[in-house]
Design a protein around this ligand. Structure first.
Ligand code: ADE
Length: 227
């Protein structure tokens, strides 16, 4: 799976995604993450990429042409037109289900906005999906893009090594994950639930399922209502 991130802050993207599990998956060739600097496609000698909005208003807008050229630099190398995701609080809310769908793609372009946004005309021309990571406003699309890359990447076969751990976890069947325990058997007076020491797999599975349901009822009842 190949991610292409169009951004004014490529260092932020690369420093955030080259460690731990994602960094290892990149080194082993399961993923590639390319940060394309939109400023490299500025068309004036000051390398500026933003300007005042027509009609007035606060702040600056990213101009259409550098964004378009940075997109084209990626798209021209690809056989098919890839999905282009614009990170924006106006988008559809990102979810595990959306991540699963996007993990089927071979190529994804993520476009990060800054300042007060991007000239609408280039969005109309290149963007296929608008995605928000939640109902709050960040200063730019980089952190949301990193959230998406991380979430999608761990669903790519081989990235987690242990494929079961991507299978049985929170949001599977719209349930939260059950509680887990490791050694020692007793810590601060708290004992590991007896059933987990029993070695009885059917009972363990039943207990975990019950815990998942109870936990979801308590912490995220909205998931059970199918909201
Ligand atoms: N850019 C600024 N805020 C954002 C959000 N909540 N989701 C995605 N992109 C954003």
């Amino acid at each position: 799976m190949n991610f292409h991130i169009l951004t004014l802050f490529p260092d932020m993207i690369m420093s955030g995604l080259n460690t731990s599990i994602i960094g290892r998956a990149v080194s082993s060739g399961l993923l590639s993450i390319e940060a394309v600097n939109i400023r490299d496609y500025a068309f004036n000698k000051h390398q500026s990429v933003d300007d005042y909005p027509y009609g007035g208003g606060a702040g600056m807008l990213m101009q259409a042409e550098p964004v378009y050229l940075s997109y084209e630099s990626v798209a021209k190398k690809l056989e098919n037109k890839p999905r282009v995701i614009y990170l924006s609080p106006q988008g559809q809310t990102f979810s595990q289900q959306m991540a699963e769908e996007l993990a089927q793609e071979e190529e994804l372009i993520l476009l990060c906005g800054h300042y007060e946004g991007i000239d609408e005309r280039v969005l109309e021309e290149i963007v296929t999906d608008y995605v928000s990571i939640g109902d709050y406003v960040l200063t730019g699309g980089e952190l949301p893009a990193m959230v998406m890359v991380d979430t999608i990447s761990r669903l790519v076969p081989g990235v987690l090594h242990n494929d079961v751990s991507a299978e049985f976890e929170s949001f599977q069947d719209n349930l939260l994950e059950y509680p887990q325990y490791s050694r020692p058997e007793e810590w601060h007076g708290k004992k590991v639930p007896e059933v987990l020491l029993s070695g009885h797999h059917a009972n363990i599975e039943k207990w975990r399922r019950e815990q998942s349901i109870q936990r979801t009822k308590e912490r995220r009842p909205d998931l059970l209502k199918g909201d």
